[in-house]
Design a protein around this ligand. Structure first.
Ligand code: SAH
Length: 378
């Protein structure tokens, strides 16, 4: 195979000029699944093992450019450089909290932003990733919902968050757990999320199996069932936030057309399909959903189910005016659930000093751009 001359080369695929001759950004390599990468290599006469080599350089050896992939033939490295970008995003902002939680604001090729977070706890390295730019669900306490949804992220844009966070780690440190709890509604973008998670676990990837991955949803019953049929044992977390429909619709507006009973029925189906205990998330909002009566109602709903409740004290988001209850009230809520026969954990707040809650950083970035807040300069 001949070495193309980079400076003047114009890659042609199916007669359509691509690459350096146009102003379009190159495709992110990770928009391709492993199988698609093998096809691409095959069409250029390269054997399939090259795909795993390339993927190992990207996922395992943390390289940042194709040129650094020393055991890949030079001609192939050049072809990759001409046709693909290695990363789908640029780091726009990097923040480190006092508890070593790190957060990245990533700028995508079209100028939109997404966020992801790395949390450290003992030997666990958990990453929290986004699936959409913004969110359409409009939960009243959440920064991501305040500006609506712009678009879905692509497979590469989802995987890029893993790559960028993984490159914040040193030496032997490796990602151990994944929570899909960043910006957006994951079940509204299964089309990109599922191939991204599969790719992560395929040969040459990060080796993160379904049991280490938790997908959090506002509760879309048909999508929950679709995920159950998909057949991977992902952990499912459902953002319930209220034990009855009037209150839930007040906090989670999309509940109006769904309803708590319907969500619980879908969750039961997911448990039957996957064998995985379902987690229910409950953001505690002082004076809204934190009464002992609410805890009793919630216990009644869940005590006959294989379920766990994560109580999340509200992480303040400026325009919402909502707050977390005081610690004794939070404890009382958890104890009431336990007495009612339901396991509950109060989630520790991580990264509070870097706006690590879902969508907070992007919100500040957009408000600053629009001149609507006195957000600190980057
Ligand atoms: N759309 C999905 C995933 C994104 S939200 C869902 O609704 O689950 C992920 C979790 O973060 C949800 O449980 C959500 O309720 C919680 N969350 C969002 N904003 C928060 C805030 N300001 N304080 C505490 N938890 C928040």
């Amino acid at each position: 195979m001949q070495l193309p001359i980079i400076a003047t080369a114009t890659a042609v695929v199916d007669g359509v000029p691509t690459g350096p001759a146009t102003n379009e950004p190159l495709r992110p390599l990770l928009d391709l699944t492993r199988a698609q990468l093998i096809d691409w290599l095959d069409s250029r006469g390269y054997p399939s093992f090259r795909a795993d080599q390339i993927r190992r350089w990207i996922f395992g050896k943390r390289v940042s450019e194709f040129a650094a992939m020393h055991d890949i033939p030079a001609a192939l490295r050049t072809a990759l450089t001409e046709e693909f970008r290695l990363f789908a995003s640029e780091v726009a902002r990097h923040q480190v909290a006092s508890d070593r939680t790190e957060k990245l604001l990533l700028r995508l090729a079209d100028g939109e932003h997404t966020e992801c977070v790395l949390m450290r706890e003992d030997d666990r390295r958990t990453v929290c990733i986004s699936t959409q730019v913004g969110c359409a669900m409009g939960c009243v306490f959440c920064a991501s919902g305040l500006m609506g949804v712009k678009r879905n992220l692509s497979i590469g844009e989802i995987l890029d968050q893993f790559l960028r966070l993984d490159r914040l780690m040193t030496g032997e440190e490796r990602i151990t757990n994944v929570v899909v709890m960043g910006m957006g509604e994951p079940l509204a973008n299964l089309k990109a999320l599922l191939p991204a998670l599969e790719s992560l676990n395929e040969k040459g990837g990060l080796g993160l199996g379904a049991r280490r991955i938790t997908i959090s949803t506002v509760g879309l019953p048909e999508k929950i069932r679709e995920l159950g049929r998909y057949g991977q044992a992902y952990n499912l977390a459902i953002s319930l936030h209220a034990p009855n429909d009037p209150l839930r619709t007040q906090i989670v507006p999309v509940n109006k057309n769904i309803g708590v009973e319907e969500i619980l029925a879908a969750a039961d189906d997911y448990f039957a399909a996957s064998g995985r205990r379902v987690t229910y998330e409950y953001v505690l909002l002082a004076g809204v959903n934190d009464d002992v009566e609410h805890a009793k109602q919630l216990a009644k709903l869940l005590r006959h189910r294989v379920a766990h409740v994560n109580l999340i004290p509200m992480n303040p988001v400026e325009p919402t005016g909502l707050e977390a209850p005081a610690v004794p009230r939070t404890k009382l809520f958890a104890e009431t659930l336990e007495h009612g026969g339901v396991n509950a954990t109060v989630r520790k707040r991580k990264g509070a000093d870097i706006d690590a809650a879902c969508g907070q950083l992007r919100l500040k970035e957009e408000q600053a751009a629009a001149g609507t807040t006195n957000a600190p300069a980057p």
